[in-house]
Design a protein around this ligand. Structure first.
Ligand code: TXA
Ligand code: MG
Length: 328
């Protein structure tokens, strides 16, 4: 029976190919904790995007992360903690930090703070800067791990440098195949774009917009960084980034059916080459769909991506930031 042969064969291939993807349970947590203690790297889910995690106190682990990602060494990593108490000896907190921590953590926000002199963080992870980016993720898989570990996790997005961030375990597999011994499947990342990065070392500055908008942050801090032009640059942040691997053109309509069109809102009809980020015009939903849709467009063989206008407030600021970088 040819059909069942194929079926069995496919099943075999499935098993063989994805044997490094694990679902979340006590056994895999234990295995992952031990693996991380030995300075190994694993693929983990977070609520924003999937990450490539390693012991932030270990030079050996950090070197592995940079080489796996092919990331320039001058681009520092975000250090992830269970809670602020675990971060005490690594950074200097300030009032603005506590205001935002109280409101948004655990959650999709990253704080740049001064590095504590007694910090154990590998200087490779911070690209030898005297500041550190720290985050307190919410996803239960990463929270469970951080709770059991005696060190924080350095964790960039789990993609080869300059590509799209992964939002499920299979996306991570596509990037690194069997180079990772463990990828934990924690379902699709609900937020779907990377955390908001806010620099609190001086006057607050947004370095990377995310689902938490500049307005929300401004409302909590009651300081105004609106007069200053928002600085969207982090050290080492490349101009070309978040690239789907095909040209992205903003503000024009597609020329033919071989070009994909990313649209937003209900005024767009359905069409084979139209991809709606959110039919109901919800920017949060649009952000969650952005990378999924860009991957799908690439997979379906389209040669170019055109993008219609997307509102630039709230999460729209982050969506436009990612699209504009993808178009560089
Ligand atoms: O949502 C996220 O933040 C994800 C998940 C996995 O947690 N992580 C993530 O990491 O997006 P990555 O490495 O792809 O982006 C880190 C960003 C970069 O833009 C980097 O330049 C910036 O944070 N960054 C890290 N340390 C910094 C520092 N000391 N000062 C300024 N920017 C910093
Ligand atoms: Mg990244």
């Amino acid at each position: 029976n040819i059909f069942s042969f194929h079926y069995l064969n496919n099943n075999y291939i499935m098993k063989k190919n994805y044997s490094n993807i694990y679902s979340f349970n006590k056994k895999i947590i234990k295995k992952t904790v031990n693996f991380l203690k030995l300075s190994n790297i694993v693929g983990l889910p977070t609520e924003t995007v999937y990450g490539l995690a390693g012991n932030a106190y270990s030079d050996k682990a950090i070197k592995k992360i940079y080489s796996l990602k092919k990331r320039p060494r001058r681009n520092p990593l975000i250090i992830h903690y269970y809670n602020y108490e675990k971060a005490k000896k690594d950074v200097y907190f300030n009032k603005n930090f506590f205001k935002l921590y109280k409101r948004f953590c655990p959650g999709p926000i990253t704080f740049v703070l001064k590095k504590n002199k007694n910090s154990d963080i590998s200087s490779l992870a911070t690209a030898s800067l005297n500041t550190v980016a720290i985050r307190f993720p919410k996803h239960r898989v990463i929270k469970t791990l951080l709770k059991f570990l005696s060190f924080p996790l350095a964790m960039p997005s789990a993609n080869i440098s300059s590509g799209l961030s992964p939002i499920d375990a299979f996306n991570v597999f596509e990037e690194f195949k069997k180079k990772l011994k463990i990828i934990i499947d924690g379902g699709r990342s609900k937020i779907g774009i990377e955390s908001t990065v806010v620099d609190l070392t001086n006057h607050p500055k947004i370095l990377r917009p995310g689902i938490i908008s500049p307005n929300e942050i401004r409302n909590i801090l009651k300081t105004n960084f609106s007069k200053k032009k928002i600085n969207l640059r982090s050290p080492g942040m490349m101009k070309k980034h978040y690239s789907p691997g095909i040209p992205v053109i903003i503000g024009q309509k597609p020329k033919n059916i071989n070009h994909a069109y990313i649209v937003f809102g209900k005024r767009f009809k359905s069409s084979k080459n139209y991809f709606n980020l959110s039919k109901k015009g919800d920017l949060k939903e649009a952000a969650a769909n952005l990378y999924k849709i860009m991957r799908k467009i690439k997979k379906n063989g389209f040669k170019k991506i055109y993008v219609s206008k997307i509102p630039s407030f709230g999460p729209g600021i982050a969506i436009n930031d990612r699209l504009s970088r993808a178009s560089k």
